[in-house]
Design a protein around this ligand. Structure first.
Ligand code: NAD
Length: 340
């Protein structure tokens, strides 16, 4: 297989971003689309020159013109589509959050594993500079052992009411902060316990559905490191700052300046050291989704090891669900399976 023929299920906002990303990957071929709203399918097909509009996702899954699907429907519809796709032998890219409960995520992951298909979940920050470089430099031991990670994460005000609903989009923690839970695991390993607090401070949708629009979450990792996240849907445009402190130095990632960013390492030493850094303008949009798309296609072609897998998404989901519960119970909650 030289090109992976891709079908898109759900032709809304993120499908346009995903299609633009795959259009930049020579080994990806946008081959088909299905949306329950025919005009949405037609719009996407016209814009990206997609040859086939399917009349149902089941028809797409039955087609031998499609090797892999991108599941871009609202979150509450992910589970059935992903399981059906895996059972049909298609590789699957599922937008984040993978689903709304840990059990749903586990069923989806098991379906992919059972059918021997790739399942990648939409944690595109893993593929976005400078986060990739920081990962490589943490793994090379440059800042020693991680002591603490701290970040502020800003999503946008949701574009539709279903994002607030625990039964449809999951709310801020599950929809948006899931990215950060995944990133923290990627950098510092498994989490042992979670405590979170927050509330619906700004948006009527959050108040109506009883999910928070601003949260603060504290974590303890199995290796003893600590982490904190301030997450907000109301505090500005969708970006983040992150600090990672280790026994030998620290990284600071700043994506606040109109999605420009810099990351630098500061060595732990008495005398001031000049910050070593770089700039990445528009990193998420310019690189993140494209590298994510490339990774998906290249992992199907066997050129790279899978990343942001279904198993990763199950673990990130556990953290988001625990944080959500902790807000309601005011308890520090232990991660199921911690101490593995
Ligand atoms: N990774 C990211 O950066 C990112 C960003 C935005 C959204 N997302 C995720 O992507 C998913 C979609 O979000 P969105 O903002 O594109 O939503 P959206 O509402 O803009 O688009 C969803 C599309 O799915 C279609 N749809 C609904 N039911 C369907 C069905 N049964 N079969 C086929 N199509 C169906 C709708 O008609 C709509 O066109 C969500 O899970 C969301 O959390 C991820």
């Amino acid at each position: 297989m030289e090109q992976v023929r891709i079908g898109i299920i759900g032709a809304g906002r993120i499908s346009h971003v995903m299609s633009a990303a795959h259009a930049q990957v020579p080994e990806s071929k946008l081959a088909g689309v299905f949306d329950v709203v025919p005009e949405a399918s037609e719009r996407l097909a016209r814009k990206f020159d997609i040859p086939h509009i399917f009349s149902s996702y089941q028809d797409m899954l039955a087609s031998d013109e499609i090797d892999a699907v991108l599941v871009c429907t609202p979150t509450f519809l992910h589970e059935q589509i992903v399981i059906d796709a895996a059972n049909a032998g298609k590789h699957v890219f599922c937008q984040k959050p993978m689903a709304l409960t840990v059990e749903q995520c586990e069923r989806m992951n098991e379906a992919a594993l059972r059918n021997g298909v790739k399942l990648q979940v939409g944690f595109m920050i893993r593929f976005t500079p400078p986060f990739v470089e920081v990962k490589e430099r943490i793994d090379s031991g440059e800042i020693g052992d991680i002591i603490a990670i701290r970040s502020a994460v800003f999503g946008w005000e949701p574009t539709a009411e279903w994002f607030y609903d625990p039964n449809q989009g999951g709310g801020l923690l599950i929809d948006t902060i899931i990215h950060t839970f995944d990133l923290y695991r990627w950098y510092a390993g498994e989490v042992a316990s979670v405590f979170a607090d927050g509330g619906a401070y700004v948006f009527d949708g959050a108040r109506k559905h009883g999910t928070p629009d601003n949260i603060m979450c504290q974590m303890k990792f199995e290796n003893g490191a600590v982490g904190s996240i301030y997450g907000s849907w109301s505090s500005g445009y969708g970006d983040k700052t992150m600090e990672i402190y280790g026994t030998k130095g620290s990284f600071f990632i700043d994506l606040m300046e109109a999605q420009g960013g810099r990351a630098f390492i500061k060595k732990n030493q008495a005398a001031p050291s000049p910050a070593e850094g770089w700039n990445n303008l528009g990193v998420l949009w310019k690189f993140g989704y494209q590298q994510e798309a490339r990774h998906f296609t290249h992992s199907i072609l066997g050129r790279v090891a899978p990343s942001a897998t279904g198993t990763d998404a199950v673990e990130a989901q556990k953290l988001a669900m625990l944080a959500d519960r902790s807000i309601r119970t005011a308890e520090v909650l232990r991660v199921q399976g911690a101490g593995r």
